[in-house]
Design a binder for this molecule. Structure first.
Ligand SMILES: *Cc1c(COP(=O)(O)O)cnc(C)c1O
Length: 346
């Protein structure tokens, strides 16, 4: 038998939530028009416009790499550059897709504290050179929640957006864990995006309980010109689109997206609370979303792995990332915390 115990390596280890599954089953009746001209896709897009309280343009892609890369390529010419954090997914985990789909737009990375760009760090990069030999800065991309589990406050996004306006930059948000950020802050999705100056949001569905799928929301609709062609050319236009869009209806109606994000965040808080007094263990970043980053000794991490626990260790020496999901069980969090306590005791 395969071991299907809950793990904490990534929030995409989890399966599909009942609401998304049920919506897929409902969409699986009879024939519907293809390539997004179906009722489910129209309903999902309307749910987004209602949730964000604005008339945005909505597109669907299979995954976050495609959503981010295509969105960024819509905001850039090939000679432009994109300012991002040195820890940004677009820089470290997309295999050069943003550069590929934009035909060469360069990512310019900023050193960040706790995964967050600031007006000063953006200004430094954008104003470093103004000559023709430097790829012209055109976009800033933020990750919300960040790759290290922290969350930008609305004021921080507004300040960044103001800097973008001054410098003539567009503002993109990688919202693979946008739900978790909303749940942490208790802000409306609008306050964290277009009201704070975000032009385009990639809203993650996969880590929030869907099988596959991210939505791309253009609040600045001029930037969405021909975006449907871009998606098609990149192989991201699903012919049976209803199976990509219906799960969004399931997740967005009755606020399942928010309930699950709140749950995942609460599990992360619980884990942090349970291990914070363990000698030799320290939190590397404040726990704001659904991730807990722990500094622990290498032998302890090896012992944890030997006991069958899965987690990522790509952030610095001795650091480990534990992610909670929409379906993480409290008892499993307590088991993990107990295991961490035991391996640290040697
Ligand atoms: C998971 C994730 C994505 C999307 O990754 P895919 O594997 O391409 O779906 C994008 N950004 C961040 C910050 C992520 O954690």
């Amino acid at each position: 038998m395969t071991d299907t115990s809950q793990q904490f390596a990534s929030d995409n280890y989890s399966g599909i939530c009942p609401e998304a599954w049920e919506a897929m089953a409902q969409a699986n009746q009879g024939h519907q028009r293809a390539y997004g001209d179906d009722e489910w896709t129209a309903r999902a897009a309307d749910h987004f416009r209602h949730l964000f309280d604005t008339d945005c343009d909505v597109f669907f892609a299979f995954n976050g790499t495609a959503a981010n890369s295509l969105a960024l390529s819509a905001l850039c010419q090939s000679y432009h550059s994109v300012i991002c954090s040195e820890t940004a997914h677009v820089e470290t985990d997309e295999c050069g897709a943003p550069e590929f789909f934009s035909n060469g737009s360069k990512l310019l990375t900023a050193h960040t504290e706790q995964g967050k760009l600031t007006p000063a760090s953006i200004r430094e990069i954008a104003l470093k050179r103004k000559d023709i030999h430097y790829p012209k800065p055109r976009v800033v991309t933020l990750t919300q929640a960040t790759e290290v589990g922290t969350v930008y406050r609305p004021e921080e996004i507004q300040a960044i957006s103001q800097t973008c306006d001054e410098l003539g930059l567009n503002l993109h948000m990688d919202g693979a864990r946008f739900s978790n950020a909303c749940a942490f802050l208790g802000c409306s999705p609008a306050e964290l995006t277009w009201k704070a100056g975000v032009d385009v949001l990639c809203f993650g569905g996969t880590k929030n309980g869907m099988a596959v799928g991210e939505a791309i929301l253009f609040f600045n609709r001029d930037l969405a010109e021909d975006f449907d062609y871009r998606c098609k050319q990149a192989g991201q236009l699903a012919s049976k689109m209803r199976y990509l869009s219906a799960p969004w209806v399931g997740l967005l109606q009755n606020d399942a997206w928010m309930r699950y994000a709140t749950h995942a965040n609460r599990c992360a808080q619980l884990l942090a609370d349970l291990v914070k007094d363990v000698p030799g263990v320290s939190l590397m970043f404040p726990v704001e979303a659904n991730g807990v980053f722990l500094q622990m000794s290498e032998p302890a991490l090896a012992a944890l792995t030997a006991r069958g626990w899965r987690f990522y260790t790509f952030i610095g020496a001795g650091g480990a990332r534990f992610m909670c999901s929409w379906d993480t069980e409290e008892a499993r969090v307590r088991e993990l915390a107990a295991a961490i306590r035991e391996v640290m005791a040697g």
